[in-house]
Write a protein that binds this ligand. Sequence first.
Ligand code: AMP
Length: 124
Amino acid sequence: MTYDTNNIFAKILRGEIPCKKIYEDDFALAFYDIHPAAPTHALVIPKGAYENHEAFTANASDEAMAGFSRAIGKVATMIGVTEGGYRLIANSGANGGQEVPHYHVHILGGGRLGPMMAGTLNSD
Ligand code: AMP
């Protein structure tokens, strides 16, 4: 799979469309999800062009991977979910339900989230 430079998160990174920014550093950008699936729902994306987790871990530098991972921790603290607890999700590909082909980690919290999966298999 080749990286689609016109995906919506690439456009956010280039400043072509707005986002509700939470945090930014050399490695990551974090913003609120436009359709929150929990009382608090943030997205953290790496700055490089990686479509999913395996592309990121195969191709990003150790510095970029460490920086991205640290950014997730910082953002979780900034959005106030660490005390009550939260969930990280990274969807990949069709079976994972990935909609935007730029690697991203969801941070979900702000309330009790319920079971991890609605169902093992989904027909849609
Ligand atoms: P995924 O299904 O893991 O690819 O998740 C993509 C997420 O991006 C969904 O939760 C969408 O609500 C969210 N999303 C799509 N467009 C935007 C946008 N312009 N700003 C913020 N979040 C977005």
